[in-house]
Design a binder for this molecule. Structure first.
Ligand code: AMP
Length: 147
């Protein structure tokens, strides 16, 4: 199998996020691949700014909730050694934005956490499920037990 060259970690800041991040980092190290991270904003209101949906990380928006989300992304980025240009924060639906960014940035492996849901929530789908179905590249689902 060819080595992965560009790995995208989908980050949701939940309690298990660290575990998923560590797995992504170790796969990136193994393949000496570039590691990018994405956090999709789907839970805070969009302010009336001049931004498009991709949030510039370098400048202060003056919007506290947004700045708090940025700070978390920057902290994880530092911890994982991800270059600033490879940290992405985008408004929208996680399942769509993760797949779209992966295509745009020529990612060859997406890493997501998976709760291993069953019953109704499986029917309704999860981010991991949806990414697995729509991504054009490989997807690694990190099993999250008791999450
Ligand atoms: P869930 O939708 O809760 O099943 O989330 C499963 C996995 O999808 C998480 O472990 C993350 O890898 C990814 N994910 C969920 N929400 C987001 C988000 N807002 N931004 C980026 N990745 C996400």
């Amino acid at each position: 199998m060819d080595a992965y060259q560009h790995i995208l970690l989908a980050l949701d800041y939940s309690a298990h996020g660290d575990w998923v991040a560590q797995r992504a980092k170790s796969v990136a190290e193994k393949y000496q691949a570039k590691l990018s991270i994405i956090h999709v904003l789907d839970n805070i209101p969009i302010p009336d700014t001049g931004y498009g949906t991709v949030i510039p990380l370098a400048q202060d928006s003056g919007y506290d909730l947004l700045e708090a989300e940025k700070a978390k992304l920057m902290q994880v980025g530092e911890k994982l050694g991800v270059a600033q240009a490879d940290r992405w924060m985008i408004w929208g639906s996680p399942r769509q934005e993760i797949v779209q960014l992966a295509e745009r940035e020529q990612v060859d492996l997406i890493v997501v956490g998976s709760h291993g849901r069953h019953g109704l929530s499986l029917l309704l789908g999860s981010t991991a499920n949806s990414v697995l179905h729509y991504a054009r590249c490989d997807v690694m689902a990190i099993r999250l037990l008791n999450a």
